[in-house]
Design a protein around this ligand. Structure first.
Ligand code: ADP
Length: 408
C-alpha cells in the first residue's frame, strides 16, 4: 500500500471515528436514543432520531409499559414504566429474553400472541412477573414492525390491577346488593301481609259498631234526647271514616301485592265507564277531548287511578265553585300521557312531590274528605304498570295531573 492510499484510509477512518464519537456523545447527552443489537455482522446501533424523538418522549411519559422485541424475542428497548412493572432496572430488562417476565403457563399463549401478531395486531391478558416473583395482571397488545429494515415486535403492556380490583369490588357489591334486596323484599312482603291481615281484622269490630249504632238509632231514636242523637251520629260518621281509611289501606296494600297482568286497554272506553259508574261524577262537568288511545296497562288498576284522579279533581275546588274537569291524551313517542285538568284550588310546586306519599294531605282534616291514600295508590299502580305520574299546578290556578303509560 502506498503512502497516499494509507493517508486516504487514515483520513476516512478518522472521519468515521469522529462520526461515531459524535453519535456516542449525542446518545450520552440524550439528544439521540439508540438501541444496540448484536447480529451476525457484529453490533448494530439503531438510533431514534429527529421526528421519532417526540414519540419516544410520549412513550416515556405514558402509563403503559412499552417494549420492543427483536424477532427472536430479545428485548431491544423498554420504557421506564415497563421496567417499573417488572421491578428491574431498564438496563437489565434490555437484552433479556421475554420468557423472563412471564410465568411458565403463560409462555405458550404469549408465543401464540407473537405468532399471531405477524399477520395482524393481537391482544391478550397475561400475568407479568416481577423480579420478586409477584404477578401483575396485564393486557398485552403486540404488533410487528420494521426497525431499520429488521423485523421486530412493538408491545404495549397495560396494568389491569386496578380494573380487576374494581371488577371484584363491583361483583362483591352486586352480591351484597342482591342479598340486601332479597331480604328487603322479604320484609316488605311480610309487612304487607301483616298490614293486610290487620286491616281485615279491624273491619269486623268496626262493622259491629256501625250496625249497633244503626240499631240504636232505629229502635231507640224516638226516645233519645237530640244531643244523644247527635253524639250517635258523630260516632257513626267516625266509624264510617275509619272504615274508609281501612278500605284505602287495604286497597293500597293490594295495589302493591297483586300480580298485574298487562295488556292493551282502551282508555276511551274505560274512562267513560269510570265516569258513568261513579256516583260523584254524574253531575259534574267532565269533558273528554277527542278520542283517547289504547295503552298497555292492567285494566282494574288503571280504572282505580282514573277514578282517584277524577275524584280529587272534582273534590278540591273552592267551596261553592262548580268543578270543571277536562281529560285529554297526548302521544309522546312510545308512550301516552293522560291529563286530568281541573279548575280547583291548585297545589304549590313546593308540595307537588309530597302529595304522592301515603297519608299526605295538604288541607286540615275536615276541610275536604279523604284519607291521603288516593294519590299514593295512583303512583304505586302506575309505576307497577311501567309508567310514571306527575302534576303541574299553582295555587288558585287549577291542577293538571298526568299519568304516562306505554302506548299499545
Ligand atoms: P285525599 O284525596 O284522600 O286527601 P290523595 O292522596 O288523593 O288523598 O291526595 C293527597 C293530597 O293532595 C290531597 O289531600 C290534596 O291536598 C292534594 N290534592 C290531590 N289532588 C288535588 C287536586 N286535584 N287539586 C288540589 N289538591 C289536590
Amino acid at each position: 500500500m502506498d503512502r497516499v492510499t494509507e493517508e486516504k484510509d487514515f483520513a476516512k477512518l478518522k472521519a468515521r471515528l469522529a462520526e461515531a464519537e459524535e453519535t456516542l456523545r449525542a446518545i450520552y447527552e440524550g439528544e439521540v436514543d439508540a438501541v444496540v443489537v448484536a447480529g451476525p455482522d457484529g453490533d448494530q446501533i439503531f438510533t431514534l432520531q429527529g421526528a421519532e424523538r417526540p414519540y419516544r418522549l410520549l412513550i416515556e411519559a405514558m402509563n403503559e409499559g412499552a417494549l420492543t422485541l427483536d424477532s427472536d424475542g430479545t428485548v431491544l428497548y423498554c420504557n421506564s414504566r415497563f421496567a417499573e412493572m417488572v421491578d428491574k432496572p431498564m438496563e437489565k430488562v434490555i437484552g433479556s429474553e421475554w420468557q423472563l417476565f412471564f410465568p411458565p403457563e403463560d409462555q405458550g399463549p404469549f408465543q401464540a400472541l407473537l405468532d399471531g401478531a405477524r399477520t395482524q395486531g393481537h391482544k391478550g391478558e397475561f400475568a407479568l412477573l416481577t423480579s420478586k416473583g409477584d404477578r401483575t395482571p396485564v393486557q398485552i397488545s403486540a404488533r410487528t414492525m420494521q426497525l431499520e429494515g429488521v423485523g421486530a415486535f412493538a408491545i404495549l403492556v397495560t396494568d389491569l390491577t386496578q380494573r380487576k380490583r374494581a371488577e371484584e369490588e363491583l361483583q362483591r357489591a352486586n352480591v351484597e346488593l342482591a342479598v340486601g334486596a332479597a331480604k328487603l323484599q322479604e320484609t316488605v312482603a311480610e309487612l304487607e301481609a301483616f298490614s293486610y291481615t290487620i286491616s281485615h281484622d279491624l273491619r269486623a269490630p268496626l262493622r259491629a259498631i256501625q250496625s249497633f249504632a244503626g240499631i240504636l238509632r232505629e229502635q231507640f231514636g224516638a226516645k233519645m234526647e237530640p244531643e244523644a242523637m247527635e253524639y250517635l251520629a258523630r260516632s257513626a260518621s267516625a266509624a264510617a271514616r275509619m272504615d274508609q281509611l281501612i278500605k284505602d289501606v287495604l286497597n293500597y296494600s293490594q295495589t302493591s301485592r297483586a300480580e298485574l297482568v298487562l295488556g292493551p286497554v282502551d282508555l276511551d272506553r274505560l274512562t267513560r265507564e269510570v265516569i258513568v259508574h261513579h256516583p260523584d261524577f254524574r253531575h259534574t262537568e267532565i269533558m273528554i277531548a277527542g278520542e283517547l288511545p289504547t295503552v298497555i296497562a292492567h285494566e282494574a288498576s288503571l280504572a282505580q287511578c282514573i277514578s282517584n284522579l277524577l275524584g280529587n279533581a272534582v273534590k278540591f275546588v273552592t267551596p261553592g265553585a262548580t268543578p270543571k274537569v277536562q281529560i285529554r291524551a297526548e302521544q309522546r313517542e312510545e308512550r301516552v300521557r293522560l291529563w286530568v285538568e281541573d279548575n280547583g284550588i291548585g297545589i304549590s310546586p313546593h308540595h307537588q312531590q309530597r302529595i304522592f306519599g301515603i297519608f299526605e294531605r295538604l288541607q286540615p282534616a275536615g276541610a275536604y274528605a279523604g284519607t291521603g291514600i288516593g294519590l299514593s295508590i295512583v303512583k304505586k299502580a302506575v309505576e307497577r304498570m311501567g309508567g310514571s305520574v306527575g302534576v303541574e299546578s299553582e295555587p288558585g290556578q287549577g291542577s293538571r295531573f298526568w299519568i304516562e303509560l306505554p302506548a299499545a
